[in-house]
Design a protein around this ligand. Structure first.
Ligand code: XMP
Length: 509
C-alpha cells in the first residue's frame, strides 16, 4: 500500500514547493484544492494545510471542515495555522510589524517532536500580512521569533501543529528537518517513495492496465515523452508503437540523432518525414499563435494517419507530468478551481477515440529525470534543454521558410556546441538562437553586407514559469558571435538577449 500525504491547497504560491520538499524526503504526496478534498483512505498518513493569499478574516476566505482531519496528524502552514487558531477560539489580526522575510527563532521547545534537532536561533522565512495574536488555552506555544510570538504551536493532546513560517522555502534553514520530523516521527511515513520504487510499481500497474493491448505514443525527443516511452516499453514491449514526426523544425541533425538513440534503446519506433507538409502549411503565416495552431493541426493529422496504421490500437500514451494537471486554486476567482492549461496537454482529437494512459502524471520534472536515470536513459536524453513543440517556427520571427530554418539551425548548432564545449550547457536551463527579421548593414572584407541578425537567449529557471537571463562569460559570447558571423551565410550581426521573465517570455514568439 502506497502511503501518502495530502496537501490542501489554499492558493499559496508555495504549495507546489511543499509537495516537492515532501517528495524529496521520499514520501509520496498529492495536492488537492481545499474545496475538493478526496475521501481520506487508510493509506493517508497525514495532512498539510498550505498558505494562502487570502486573510482568514476575509468573508470569502477559503473554508474547510477541520473535523475531517481529527484522526490524522496535521501540519498547518501560515494561512492553515491561522485558520485552525481562529476556528479554535484564538485571534488573528493584521500584523503590526512587517512579517516578511528572514527571522530567527528565539524560543524553541526542543523536546517537541516537530522541532527535534532544530536549533535556537534557527533562521526561518516569514511571509504573512496577518498574525496569530492569541491562541486558545489548549494550544501550546512551541516556537517564537522576536516579532512573532506564535511562530509555531501544537494543539495539546493531538498531533495537530501550526507554523507561521514557511519550512518549504530554502531560507528556512531547518525547514527540511522540520518536514522530516513531521513526516517520519509524527506521521510514521517510511520514506519508501524512490525512483526505483516508482518504476517497479508503475511497470506492474501498466502491465495490469494494458494487458495485451496496443498503445501509440508520439515521441518528441524531449525528456517526458522519452521517459514515458521507456517505462511503457519495459511494461508491454513491442505493443508500444512509438511515432517520431520530423516536422522540419527541429535543431540541426536532431531528428537523426534522436531517432538513432531511440532505436538503440530497443523501442519499436517509426520515424515519419513530414517536413514538407509542415512547411507548406506555414507559408505566409506570421502570427505566432497561428503558427502554433497550424503546427498542432498538421501534427495531429500526421499522427492520426500513422496511429491508424497500427492495427487494433486501443491506447494513446502521453508524457503528461504532475504540474500539467494539478488543479490550481484560482486566487482572484474565489473557490472555483481551474485546470492549468499547458502547451503539451489537450492535444488529443476526439475522433481518435483512444483511451489515454499517462504514466508520469504523478511526477514533477526533477523526478521524471531521476526516474529516467534509474531506467538507464543517457544524459543525451535526460539532460536536454526544454524545446518547444512548435520548434524553430517560433524562433523565426515572421514567416518561416526552409532557407531561414537552415540558417537558424546552423547558428543554433554553433551556439549550443560552444555552450557544451565551455561546460555551460548543463548549467543553463534553456538556450537557443532566434532568427530576427531585421536586416542591418555590415562589412565583410571589402564588401558591404545587408543581412539578418541572430539573437542568443540563455536563461536560468526552475520550471519555466519565471526565468532570469544567464550571465554568460564574455569570452564565450565573443567566440560564438565570431563563429556565427564567419560561418553562417546570411547573418552579419549577433545580439544577446538580456531580458528576464516576466516581463519578457523565454521564447520570442
Ligand atoms: P515562454 O516563452 O512562455 O516559455 O516563457 C516557457 C517554456 O515553455 C516553452 N514553450 C512551449 N512549449 N509548445 C511547447 O511545447 C509551445 O507552444 C511553447 N511555447 C513556449 C518554452 O520553450 C519554455 O521552455
Amino acid at each position: 500500500m502506497l502511503e501518502k500525504i495530502i496537501i490542501l491547497d489554499f492558493g499559496s504560491q508555495y504549495t507546489q514547493l511543499i509537495a516537492r520538499r515532501v517528495r524529496e524526503l521520499n514520501v509520496y504526496c498529492e495536492i488537492h484544492p481545499f474545496n475538493k478534498i478526496p475521501e481520506l483512505s487508510t493509506d493517508v498518513k497525514g495532512i498539510i494545510l498550505s498558505g494562502s493569499p487570502y486573510s482568514v478574516r476575509q468573508e470569502d476566505a477559503p473554508q474547510v471542515d477541520l473535523g475531517q482531519f481529527t484522526n490524522y496528524p496535521t501540519l498547518a502552514v501560515c494561512y492553515g495555522a491561522q485558520y485552525i487558531a481562529q476556528h479554535s477560539g484564538g485571534e488573528v489580526q493584521p500584523s503590526s510589524t512587517r512579517e516578511y522575510g528572514r527571522a530567527n527563532l528565539n524560543f524553541v521547545a526542543t523536546d517537541n517532536k516537530l522541532l527535534k534537532n532544530i536549533a535556537l536561533d534557527s533562521q526561518v522565512w516569514m511571509s504573512h500580512g496577518d498574525t496569530i495574536t492569541k491562541v486558545p488555552e489548549h494550544f501550546e506555544l512551541i516556537a517564537s521569533t522576536d516579532s512573532v510570538k506564535v511562530a509555531a504551536y501544537q494543539v495539546k493532546g493531538s498531533e495537530t501543529y501550526g507554523i507561521q513560517f514557511h519550512p518549504e522555502v530554502t531560507h528556512s534553514i531547518d525547514g527540511k528537518q522540520l518536514l522530516e520530523n513531521f513526516l517520519v516521527d509524527i506521521c510514521g511515513c517510511k520514506q519508501e517513495w524512490t525512483p526505483y520504487a516508482f518504476v517497479e510499481t508503475t511497470i506492474a500497474e501498466l502491465k495490469a492496465q494494458l494487458g495485451d493491448d496496443k498503445v501509440v505514443l508520439g515521441l518528441s525527443g524531449g525528456v517526458d515523452s522519452s521517459v514515458a516511452a521507456v517505462l511503457l516499453h519495459k511494461a508491454i514491449g513491442a505493443n508500444l508503437h512509438c511515432i517520431f514526426v520530423d516536422n522540419g523544425l527541429l535543431r540541426k541533425d536532431e531528428y537523426a540523432a534522436v531517432l538513432e538513440q531511440y532505436k538503440h534503446l530497443g523501442l519499436n519506433i517509426k520515424g515519419v518525414d513530414a517536413k514538407e507538409r509542415f512547411l507548406s502549411q506555414l507559408a505566409g503565416v506570421t502570427d505566432p499563435e497561428l503558427k502554433r495552431k497550424a503546427i498542432g493541426r498538421v501534427f495531429i493529422e500526421v499522427f492520426d494517419t500513422e496511429a491508424h496504421l497500427v492495427e487494433d490500437v486501443k491506447w494513446l500514451a502521453q508524457g503528461t507530468i504532475y504540474p500539467d494537471i494539478i488543479e490550481s486554486v484560482s486566487v482572484n476567482g474565489g473557490p472555483s478551481a481551474t485546470i492549468k492549461s499547458h502547451h503539451n496537454v489537450g492535444g488529443l482529437p476526439d475522433f481518435m477515440k483512444l483511451k489515454v494512459v499517462e504514466p508520469l502524471k504523478t511526477l514533477f520534472k526533477d523526478e521524471v529525470r531521476r526516474v529516467g536515470t534509474s531506467l538507464g536513459l543517457e544524459h543525451f536524453i535526460i539532460g536536454r534543454h526544454p524545446f518547444p513543440g512548435p520548434g524553430l517556427a517560433i524562433r523565426i520571427l515572421g514567416e518561416v521558410t526552409a532557407e531561414k530554418v537552415a540558417i537558424l539551425q546552423e547558428a543554433d548548432a554553433i551556439y549550443i556546441n560552444n555552450l557544451k564545449e565551455a561546460g555551460l550547457y548543463d548549467k543553463v536551463w534553456q538556450a537557443g538562437a532566434i532568427f530576427l527579421p531585421v536586416q542591418s548593414v555590415g562589412v565583410m572584407g571589402d564588401e558591404r553586407t545587408y543581412e539578418n541578425a541572430i539573437a542568443l537567449r540563455a536563461v536560468e529557471s526552475v520550471d519555466g514559469m519565471t526565468a532570469d537571463w544567464c550571465h554568460l562569460p564574455y569570452p564565450v559570447l565573443a567566440k560564438i558571435s565570431n563563429e556565427i558571423i564567419n560561418k553562417v551565410k546570411g547573418i552579419n550581426r549577433v545580439v544577446y538577449d538580456i531580458s528576464s521573465k516576466p516581463p519578457a517570455t523565454i521564447e520570442w514568439e
